[in-house]
Design a protein around this ligand. Sequence first.
Ligand code: GMT
Length: 381
Amino acid sequence: MKIGIVCYPTYGGSGVLATELGLGLARNGHQVHFITYNRPVRLSSFQENVYLHEVEAMDYPLFEYAPYETALASKIVDVVLYEKLDLLHVHYAIPHASVAYLAKKILLAHGKYIPVVTTLHGTDITLVGHDKSFSPVVTFSMNKSDGITAVSQYLKDKTNSLFEIEKEIKVIYNFVDFARFQKKNKDHFKMAIAPEGEKILVHVSNFRKVKRVEDVIQVFYEILKSIPSKLLLIGDGPERANMERLVRKLNLSADVRFLGKQDAVEEILAVSDLFLIPSENESFGLAALEAMACEVPIISSNAGGLPEVNVDGVTGYICEVGDTADMAAKSILLLSDEEKLSEFKHNALEHAKKFDLKYILPQYENYYCEVIEQSRILQVG
Ligand code: GMT
């Protein structure tokens, strides 16, 4: 198949998932065309069957905001016609689903029907999409997509409760590529971070309010009272400066390291003992799954789809959103019992295997075939 993938190129989970999906499809022999405004972060080197079409939104003194949607729709039309794409898969509803609808209408005028699949990732539904400034457009364009997928059962249910969706939403879980995410020996790295054999805790996010990074720091503050440990904070975003201030205020600077955006997250996960994800809202928690693939147990909140990824008392522990005392107590329970910790590490890996790319990729391929076939029947009819 020739597939166009529209996504955000940034460090967010939706862009990461879209890129990993495109790379997997390309390895399976499909031709994949990424259409976005920058090189996606996980698209780091040349790969057979992969093409990148960068969208440039023209700047002009009249515009306060460069019209990205118009430029994206034009680029989609151009790529679909010139590369003769079979299907367009857009990740994150805003603005991609409505832009895809516009492109689809323009393409129809050229005599080309392009089936569109929209994948919902989370905040496009739970935070942004539901806002009344976006809601009518999001509802309309989701209903105009030929297929809709959601990355967890929670997100499917949430979408159906917040919007009038006329189509069946298919749940296709996020996945992890075990060729990349697996425990590797990085002892030299561990020595550099935790020279006295301290436990290593890790958090990866875009440092938005919804991630509750302040809870990560508060939990670590409590853990440190009884367990020698280090905290690695990976990622960057609007809350970073506030978090740096909090670390200084709690006098934790010697034990907390802000590593910023990292490309080789798997190398850091490889030396970590525990992953903290106390989010207010999380449709799935791809970062947690990637940690589990590297044998890192999870302390998570019970928000959204996290319980579909982290199994309470098996791959880690689940606590109420904001209950940092419970999160700290569960972390200490695990970190102070070597036998339990290695059992949970093993369980985390075993559970992550259920989300292996090799099982999820065919679900997308089959869904694409289904959507293309249904669109063909509708056109003939
Ligand atoms: O977590 C974010 O804020 C980024 C966001 C995105 O769209 O890039 O992530 C969402 O999509 C990920 C991939 O499907 C999910 O794993 C995250 O749980 C989801 N984030 C939220 O729901 C807050």
